[in-house]
Structures are given as C-alpha cells and as structure tokens.
Design a protein around this ligand. Structure first.
Ligand SMILES: Cc1ncc(COP(=O)(O)O)c(C=O)c1O
Length: 365
C-alpha cells in the first residue's frame, strides 16, 4: 500500500525524546523554550509560544487579540473545522467568504464584502501548503483595522514574497499533528508573532492563566506543549526545509506525469514569489469518488480534504441554518478534490505507478 502520508520518527528523535524524559521536567522543560526560540527564528518573527494543538493556537490567538463575544471573524469555509471553531470558542461568530477555486484559499474580494464594523479578525488559511493571497488580504484588513490571524497549520516553511507564512499577519498559527509537514509525534501547536503583548498573553493563557507560580491573573487553559514533544519538534524543525524540498520534487513529478490528462485539474504552481510546501497534493475531477475507489483497489491510499465544507458540517448547519449553495466554490471542491500520496520519502517509481493508475482509470471509463 502506498500511504497518503508517512510521519518520520527516527533514531535522532528517539534519542532527543529519551534525553528530555530523563533530564528535563515533563512539563515546561528547557526543550519547550528552545523549540519556541528556534521556531520563531525559522519563521522570522520575534516571538513564538507553543501550545498543545493548532486548535488551541488559533483560539488563544483570538483571545489575545481581544476578539470577544458577538464579534465577527471572517474566514474560509473550505478548511479543517478547527479554523472556524476558534471563533466559536471565544463566543465570536464565524462569517464565511468563499475561496478562489484555483488556489483553494480565501478570496480577498469576497472577504472584503463580509467586513463590517463588527469584524475583529480575518483568518486566511494557507490550505494544502499553498500561501493565501496575503497582499490583498492584508490590504482589505488594513482598511477596516481588523487583525489578521494566519492559519498556517498546513504550511510550515511555505514562503510568500520572500517571507515565511505565519509571519505576514498579526499572528500565525501552526499545528504539529502527525500528518503535518513537521510533527512533534503527538499533538502540538505554535503561535508566532512580533507583538510582545500578544505573546505574553498567550504564554499565560496556555499555562492556566499564570502570572507567577501561584498567581493567576487570567482565566487560562491547560494548553501547553509537553517537553518530550518539543524535544522531537526541535529535531524535526532542522529537517523541515529538506523535507519540503523533497515534497516539491514529488509535486513536480506528479505535475509532469499528469499534466496532459483531460478532465483533471492539478494544484496551482508556485512562482518566484510563492513557494508552496505541498502538505497535500490535491487534484480535481468530477469522477473523484470513482477514481478514489479505483486507486484504492490498486493499493494507493487517497484522501478527501474535505468532503464537507465547514458550513455544511452538521453542527454548523444546525447553528447557522446553512442549506448548501451558499459557497459554490468550496462546495465544488468538496465534491471534486482528491488528495494523492505525498510525503518526503515517496519514491519516483511510486509516483509513476500512481500516475499510470490514474491514466488507466481515464482510459477505461
Ligand atoms: C487548516 C487547519 N487548521 C487548524 C488545524 C488544527 O490543528 P490541530 O489538529 O493541531 O488542533 C488543522 C489541523 O489539524 C488544520 O489543518
């Protein structure tokens, strides 16, 4: 079976984990702070605060930016559900704007139409590792003075105009869940920012609201990254660029072998200014469900990201009475997108086999 993704755990990570377990505090050990420093340096921000998940990174970012009950948070409906949940956790209302069908990311023009005096934040997502149109998003947000929280949970190391995503808006949020471009071999997250007040507040919020060991001046959460996971994260961070480069090579091979197939839409290419990191390699076809079954019969694991856009998730339908048809581009993607195997160790002959199998599918239909 060729899997959809393959997390890496090797000798160096095992040793780092053991070392941290034997020599550091289990919670808030030295590795946590070193990982934060190194991650901030990697992203080119002044600060980074780790959290227990990407979901918590988003939630704490919104709280620290002062997003409150009844405020609006504009975001894309075509993402993992946590993006919009972050707004609901703080009592705010997620307001969806549809995506650009080519990039699968928030369309700045459509987002602009949703901005009002109630909008306190916009959350663009760099979906599948492809940077969102940050220049135009930042421009429309500047006009109404609302914060920009980048959901970079799928885009560690992606670059936009020479800068790392996550470092472009007010705050950037990352996930280290096991399928991501880098993981901590467990759940984990990170917030990056240049804002010192936001950093202090998130550092407290993730640690039970502590001002000092026994004093709590905020209602906080237990949302810390464990020391052992931070120790593994430090090793993975050092490999990230090499892994992302390998992903780009894999994407280039898929592009080459699939580009002549009618009826298939390939992911957008990068450019000098936009360097995607192919968290996923997502193709589009009207025959998505049949192609998925076909490939799985040939021992090729595929994924669907996402079969339901957020607004059509049962809980969102119930809360906001969405019925379908509200966000046509997101709904189109949900019906047609198929994720092919993508990970740094994927071999050329495996990619050839996947592409040959796709070709056979289109010949026999
Ligand atoms: C786009 C996006 N946002 C948020 C999250 C939430 O991250 P986590 O699973 O670490 O809570 C994820 C990942 O799972 C994601 O892919």
């Amino acid at each position: 079976m060729i899997p959809l993704s393959k997390p890496v755990f090797d000798e160096e990570m095992r040793n780092a984990a053991l070392d941290a377990l034997q020599n550091e505090r289990f919670v808030m050990g030295e590795s946590v702070f070193k990982f934060e420093e190194e991650f901030a340096r990697y992203c080119g921000t002044k600060f980074a605060v780790s959290t227990s998940s990407g979901t918590f990174a988003l939630q704490l970012a919104l709280i620290a930016l002062g997003v409150n009950r009844g405020d609006h948070v504009v975001t894309t409906p075509y993402s993992f559900v946590a993006t919009a949940n972050a707004a609901l956790y703080v009592g705010a209302i997620p307001v969806f704007a549809d995506i650009d069908v080519r990039t699968c990311n928030l369309n700045p023009e459509l987002a602009k139409e949703k901005l009002t005096s109630k909008t306190k934040a916009v959350i663009p997502v760099h979906l599948f590792g492809f940077p969102a149109d940050m220049k135009n998003i930042l421009d429309v947000c500047r006009d109404v003075n609302c914060a920009v929280v980048e959901d970079a949970c799928q885009a560690h190391g992606a670059e936009y105009c020479g800068r790392k995503v996550g470092a472009l808006g007010d705050v950037g949020c990352f996930s280290f869940y096991s399928s991501k471009n880098m993981t901590v071999c467990g759940d984990g997250g990170m917030v990056v920012t240049n804002n010192e007040d936001v950093t202090r507040k998130i550092a407290k919020l993730r640690d039970c609201g502590r001002a000092s060991h026994c004093e709590h001046d905020l209602i906080g959460f237990t949302a810390r990254l464990n020391t052992v996971n931070a120790a593994i994260g430090r090793v993975q961070l050092r490999r990230l660029d090499e892994w992302n480069e390998k992903r780009r090579v894999c994407a280039g091979l898929y592009d080459k072998f699939l580009s002549d197939l009618n009826g298939l839409v390939l992911p957008p290419n990068g450019s000098f200014d936009i360097r995607p990191v192919y968290h996923l390699y997502v193709i589009r076809t009207k025959l998505r469900d049949r192609l998925k079954v076909w490939l799985e019969q040939k021992a090729i694991q595929c994924g669907v990201h996402y079969p339901l856009p957020i607004h059509l998730q049962p809980v969102y339908r119930e809360l906001f009475a969405f019925k379908g048809g509200e966000f046509p581009n997101s709904e189109l993607l949900s019906r047609t997108a198929l994720s092919l195997p993508m990970y740094p160790g994927l071999r050329k002959d495996e990619i050839e086999y996947v592409c040959e199998s796709i070709r056979e599918f289109f010949v026999q239909i």
